[in-house]
Design a protein around this ligand. Structure first.
Ligand code: ADP
Ligand code: ADP
Length: 570
């Protein structure tokens, strides 16, 4: 069967302009309206221009779109499963007309391509979501992204590449389809099996990919997606370091690593067909489809969005038309008895198999627990441990909130000294009054300004936390919604501990350290929190401290005990 596959991928589209054309388009573009591309559109454009999306020569028009949604083929019956459209908000489309030329720009403003508009039409996002994802379930990340996409009006037509997309990370691993094809020729690789992934790889994956390529007598292309994957996935920098680590464990000369700047949609079976086509364009003859290929897993009730081997059935139907062979693979599991990996369907009845789920792996990383040798390689695990340090090495934000005079700054200052004494992490104090003198000196105390002030503090705290430091924030932060936003931002990168200093108004007013309450009562200060402006009490703070009958040292010890107890100081 192998001889039926054209060597290295078939016809390849190349939309990049010649040197002269590029200069001309750049000169002419002063008059062009511009579109700033979204993350997904940037990825799509790159694959269009260098032919990763062959045979597409531009963003889909209406007839192709309808046909793709209907039966995974373009209007001329060529297999193409994914609606690749340039959809923009209504307001952006105003003033554009058929025949006009538009500059497509990256976020820095560089013109990457020019689109000559042939057709302007409206997409039906609901119908599209249902066709592409086979579901309208709002927990499906692809469904949600499609329904929430502000792009409504689609622009289609001829795309001409002007400037290759700029990538500054792992540049030596970014091969275009043409690069890969000539690389395979240079290496003398006739048959190449591609493996798609968006996760770190462990022993099971290595076993599977080596078995698959051995089965068909091919070499192996490890082709991970580094464009956009499922929200919450391990970031691609960490993953690529893991791939580089595992590369050393493959038989010499068998495998090549190349990065694919694809924006995944998580569309399961349909996406598997798309992935196969893209790999064919990159010069591969075979493509591995494993369990739940490109599926987003299960919903919150535990119901999977797609059947575990549904993608294999669909790719099987299309592989001849595409011109690539699928290698279907069962999930690989570890048999303790035999000390080896096996496809699940080869496990004998009653034979014990071991596995470590993604969730369990993350837990072990977070808690610095052992990760067994049979599961992964120590150099891969070391990369993951660097990216997911245990709590004692994570950054932390201590976010104090409470009325003026409640004791936030006083406790914060005690903690600053304690952390400097303990050492190990850089510490920054973002006290309300200090921030207002520096970062927010132009702001007053309206709701809008207070929110802005807190969001600025949150931004700085997040940067500090991301980099492994301790940010101690001590603003009043009277509004729950803004505190929630800061929590959401920071919690993704380290510890976020909200400390409600709940000292009642009477006690704060009695202290009146700065004489502000007296002035507020006399009406000399307007919008004073607790007197003439609201304070929304936190509902679920990690710590609540009423300082009325405590010393500052005692209050600070409550916080330190909490941190010790949660493993942040161990
Ligand atoms: P905030 O920063 O919440 O506006 P400050 O820390 O500036 O409040 O003021 C709190 C006042 O209360 C200080 O004068 C401080 O000495 C006094 N105080 C008394 N007991 C405590 C305590 N246990 N924790 C913090 N401050 C206390
Ligand atoms: P917020 O969290 O509301 O932005 P900050 O903690 O940044 O508040 O600033 C509060 C500090 O500013 C208080 O400790 C007090 O010293 C001073 N202040 C001046 N006017 C007001 C006011 N109208 N309301 C609250 N604090 C005020």
């Amino acid at each position: 069967m192998n001889h039926l596959i054209p060597p290295h991928g078939g016809e390849l589209v190349d939309l990049m302009a010649t040197h002269e054309e590029r200069a001309r388009l750049k000169a002419e573009s002063v008059d062009f309206p511009s579109i700033d591309l979204t993350g997904q559109q940037l990825c799509d454009l790159e694959l269009l221009v260098h032919g990763g999306f062959s045979p597409l020569r531009g963003f889909l028009g209406r007839a192709d779109y309808d046909s793709v949604l209907e039966h995974m083929r373009l209007a001329d019956e060529t297999v193409w499963p994914m609606p690749i459209v340039l959809a923009v908000p209504q307001a952006t489309a105003e003033g554009l007309s058929e025949g006009s030329r538009v500059a497509l720009r990256d976020p820095e403003g560089t013109m990457l391509a020019v689109l000559e508009i042939v057709e302007i039409w409206d997409r039906d996002r609901k119908r599209e979501a249902e066709a592409v994802f086979g579901s309208l379930h709002e927990e499906h990340p692809g469904v949600r992204a499609t329904l929430d996409d502000p792009g409504q009006v689609c622009l289609s037509g001829k795309v001409t590449g002007v400037q290759p997309a700029a990538h500054h990370d792992f540049t030596e691993l970014r091969y275009t389809p043409a690069d890969l094809r000539s690389e395979f020729t240079r290496l003398g690789w006739r048959l190449v099996t591609a493996f798609q992934t968006r996760n770190p790889l462990h022993r099971a994956h290595k076993e599977m990919t080596v078995r698959a390529s051995t089965e068909v007598g091919s070499h192996l292309l490890l082709h991970p997606v580094v464009g956009m994957t499922k929200p919450g996935d391990v970031d691609h920098y960490t993953r690529v370091r893991c791939y580089q680590a595992i590369a050393h464990h493959y038989p010499p000369g068998l495998m090549k690593l190349s990065l694919l700047n694809l924006a995944m949609r998580m569309a399961g079976p349909r996406e598997a067909v798309w992935h196969a086509l893209i790999r064919k364009n990159h010069g591969c003859s075979h493509f591995i489809v494993g369990r739940d290929h490109a599926g987003p897993g299960s919903d919150s009730k535990g119901n999977p969005f797609y059947g575990p081997y549904e993608a294999q059935d669909v790719v099987a139907d299309f592989q001849d038309d595409i011109g690539i062979r699928m290698i279907p693979f069962q999930e690989m599991v570890y048999s303790a008895q035999r000390s080896q990996y096996l496809p699940r369907n080869e496990v004998a009845e009653g034979e014990e198999v071991l596995s470590v789920s993604g969730t369990e792996l993350r837990r072990r990383l977070r808690e610095a627990l052992e990760i067994p040798d049979w599961f992964s390689y120590s150099d891969v695990v070391a990369e993951l441990r660097r990216a997911y340090p245990p709590k004692e090495r994570q950054g932390i934000t201590l976010f104090f909130t409470g009325l003026s005079g409640a004791g936030k700054s006083t406790i914060a200052n005690v903690l600053l000294s304690k952390f400097l004494e303990i050492g190990g992490r850089p510490v920054t104090l973002l006290d309300g009054d200090i921030v207002r003198k520096n970062l927010s000196s132009e702001l007053g105390f309206s709701r809008e300004h207070r929110n802005l002030n807190i969001l600025r503090i949150g931004f700085v705290a997040n940067e500090i936390t991301k980099n492994g430091g301790i940010a101690i924030c001590a603003p009043i932060a009277p509004y729950a919604e803004t505190r929630r936003k800061v929590r959401e931002l920071v919690a993704a990168h380290g510890g976020f501990i909200e400390i409600y200093v709940s000292t009642p108004l009477e006690a704060c007013e009695k202290r009146d350290r700065k004489g502000l309450y007296a002035k507020a009562r006399a009406g000399l200060i307007k919008e004073f929190t607790g007197i003439s402006d609201p304070y929304e009490e936190p509902e679920n703070p990690e710590i609540a401290i009423d300082t009325t009958d405590l010393t500052p040292e005692e209050a600070a010890q409550e916080v330190l005990l909490y941190l010790e107890n949660k493993g942040f100081l161990a």
